[in-house]
Design a binder for this molecule. Structure first.
Ligand SMILES: Cc1ncc(COP(=O)(O)O)c(C=O)c1O
Length: 482
């Protein structure tokens, strides 16, 4: 496809400008003059419309095709959530308004949305209180780790380490390290769970916290959480739950009931707002009663007269972690999503997400090696070691899927699975879509055996085939010419 700069001919116009009404004797200072003519595309209106319509058709999106994207969900979210988040009354609020004298009275609706969403998340997770401020999952982890540090400082505990399983998302050890903790990695056992005996070996008085992803990044539920929490609490450590995968357990289990002391949720994964592709996020952090006083400034409170206000008077707080009130638009979408689905709907979300992942797992395990052959939660992790015998790597399979109209899944994650392919179909996909995907994955596995070169040369249907990804990322050059 040609660039718009390459289309059109000199002198062609798409718009007619009104006559210039700036006095002709007006002198623009020389330093504001252009050195050469602006290089603008000279195209007609129709060419502009056709160009951008064609571009939009080449865009791959959840509205057009299936994303089996494990870990970083790119699921379909109801359009009404997008619509509500664009209501004029919310979009046009000035963020400083509630801080102006009497301004809070003009933002009662927005403050109520934040307050109510916190209450709903507390009910869903079993945590006592939430802050809605963190702007992403990783930001939630950082906030959580700062709360952990504040708790230990307040108690005079000398803590230096945080335990993280080796299956964790990379943001977990990164967040803990940014807070100054050293990371103790605990290996997973042959079932894909944190190895309890290894955990006991590294547990001592210096452990500030254990960070567990629930369910874990292999798509498995850790059955030893209560046991781990009990041992950890004996040394006054805190149990942190990475709740980014909460969409697998909604209405089934509450982290607060099984020993977790604090957690973050990825609103953008679990409660509307597609994430993959870098959309806005929100990583609210929930805590049990004893950690409430450390939550960041400010908190929305409900006064006795039923009005809402912002509380800045929090002497033990970890302080400010984000401007204003978090990603308000994302919170609004989550609020709408939760209200729309209700308790039964949220339970159905989890059940369907888990059912869909297990359906794919069972259908594909004859063709792709299953790293941990167990009932999975919302995602299943295959390995392309069978296909590797013919020289076909996971990345080749992912690229070949593009030729067949599917977005590639998450690959090479979690790191503990060789040639990993993580598939998360999510709850909204129909059996027909899942079947079409399964059929394609089987076809690619057969191709890997009979004509591996086709798979290794893919994709062939896209404007560009294989980019040198390292150069593309490190030496980004988006100019169409020098
Ligand atoms: C298990 C897990 N933890 C943490 C994160 C980090 O979340 P974010 O990308 O919003 O920072 C993710 C990403 O989706 C995740 O899958």
């Amino acid at each position: 496809m040609k660039l718009i700069f390459e289309k059109g001919v000199p002198g062609r116009r798409g718009a007619k400008l009104p006559k210039c009404d700036v006095p002709s004797n007006f002198e623009i200072p020389r330093n504001f003059h252009r050195e050469h003519e602006a290089d603008l595309p000279e195209v007609s209106e129709l060419e502009v419309v056709r160009h951008f319509t064609e571009l939009s058709r080449r865009n791959f999106g959840i509205d057009t095709n299936f994303y089996p994207l494990g870990s970083c969900t790119m699921k379909y979210n109801p359009k009404i959530d997008e619509e509500v988040s664009r209501y004029k009354g919310f979009v046009e609020l000035h963020p400083l308004l509630p801080q102006l004298r009497h301004g809070g009275m003009l933002t009662q609706g927005a403050l109520q949305v934040i307050y109510n969403t916190e209450r709903l998340l507390s009910e869903i997770t079993g945590m006592s209180e939430f802050t809605m401020q963190p702007l992403a999952g990783a930001h939630g982890e950082l906030t959580g780790t700062m709360i952990i540090a504040a708790y230990h400082k307040d108690k005079g505990n000398k803590k230096t380490k945080i335990i993280v399983p080796d299956s964790s998302h990379g943001t977990n050890p990164a967040s803990a390290a940014i807070c100054g903790y050293s990371i103790v990695s605990v290996p997973s056992n042959s079932d894909g769970m944190i190895d309890y005996d290894e955990f006991l070996k590294v547990l001592d008085n210096e452990v500030a916290a254990v960070m567990l992803t629930c369910p874990n990044t292999l798509g498995l539920f850790e059955p030893q959480i209560k046991k781990i929490a009990q041992k950890l609490h004996e040394v006054d450590g805190l149990m942190y739950c990475d709740g980014a995968n909460m969409n697998a357990i909604l209405g089934k289990i509450r982290p607060g009931d099984i020993g977790f002391d604090l957690m973050h949720i990825n609103l953008h994964k679990t409660f509307a707002t597609p994430h993959g592709g870098g959309g806005p996020g929100a990583g609210p952090v929930g805590v049990v009663e004893k950690l409430k006083k450390f939550l960041p400034i400010s908190l929305v409170i409900k006064r006795n007269d039923g009005t809402y206000a912002l509380d800045y008077d929090r002497p033990s707080s970890i302080g400010f972690i984000a401007p204003f009130y978090g990603n308000f638009g994302v919170i609004l979408k989550a609020y709408c999503y939760i209200l729309m689905l209700g308790k039964e709907g949220l339970i159905a979300v989890s059940e369907n997400a888990v059912l869909n992942a297990n359906y794919i797992k069972e259908k594909l395990k004859k063709y792709y090696h299953l790293a941990y052959d167990k009932t999975c939660m919302h995602e299943c992790v295959f390995s392309a070691v069978n296909q590797l015998k013919n020289g076909v790597h996971t990345v080749d399979i992912a690229k070949r899927l593009i030729d067949y109209g599917f977005h590639p899944p998450t690959i090479y994650f979690p790191l503990i699975v060789k040639e990993a392919i993580m598939i998360e179909p999510t709850e909204t996909e129909t059996k027909e879509t899942l079947d079409a995907f399964i059929e394609t994955m089987i076809k690619i596995s057969n191709e890997a055996q009979t004509q591996p070169e086709i798979v290794k040369d893919s994709p062939k249907t896209t404007p560009v085939s294989r980019l040198d990804e390292v150069s593309a990322a490190r030496d980004m050059d988006l100019c169409f010419k020098d």
